[in-house]
Design a binder for this molecule. Structure first.
Ligand code: SF4
Length: 190
């Protein structure tokens, strides 16, 4: 795929479109490709991606059964956050992906996708672990795995890793419910 819809197109090596099951009822959206992703053309394959895979595995979620993408498909130089105009330029691709995949649940990984999709200025620490109704899709923000890499202890109550473990288990529980009944179970939307 060739795109020069924003300035990121002039510095990338690869357009990192997405990866996984294109009929998945569970979708993960991160911020943007990093160095490894830009090299390999796949999302979440660097250290943060490996941690995401570990978290998914620990929760009993097979990465190949879900779909994973980012709000921007080209690497922002120096791994900076995408600028609003870059997210806006890439948004038609993201919206088309969501429209085609039609997930029942979307997990937003980190602050950038959360602010972009939910159009909020609230911080990820306040929003993580809560369910939001976005155009009929159940959406949960979680910490980005690159943030979790800074912390060692997953067992310490209230630590970011521990909170993410709670969040992914809730996502898994609701994903199982969707697969079994077509609906989420007992969710209160904010
Ligand atoms: S980030 Fe999106 S809009 Fe910008 S060049 Fe890449 S694919 Fe095109």
């Amino acid at each position: 795929m060739v795109c020069s819809g924003c300035v990121l197109g002039s510095t990338r090596n690869s357009v990192v479109f997405g990866d996984g099951n294109e009929s998945a009822s569970l979708m993960f959206i991160g911020e943007g490709p990093g160095e490894n992703e830009d090299e390999q053309g796949l999302p979440f394959v660097g250290k943060a991606g490996q941690l995401l895979t570990q978290i998914l595995n620990a929760a009993g979620i097979d990465r190949k059964d879900v779909y994973i993408t980012n709000i921007v498909k080209c690497r922002p130089p120096g791994n900076r956050a995408p600028l609003p105009e870059e997210s806006a330029a890439c948004d038609p691709i993201l919206q088309t992906q969501i429209l085609l995949i039609r997930p029942a649940i979307i997990v937003l990984l980190g602050s950038s996708p959360t602010k972009w999709l939910l159009k909020t200025t609230e911080g990820i620490s306040k929003l993580r672990g809560r369910w939001f109704n976005w155009r009929g899709v159940a959406v949960m923000p979680m910490f980005h795995p690159s943030y979790l890499l800074r912390f060692a202890d997953a067992k310490k109550q209230g630590s970011p890793k521990h909170l993410s473990w709670i969040d992914i288990q809730e996502v898994k529980r609701q994903w199982e419910s969707v697969k079994a009944t077509g609906e989420l179970e007992g969710v209160r939307f904010d």
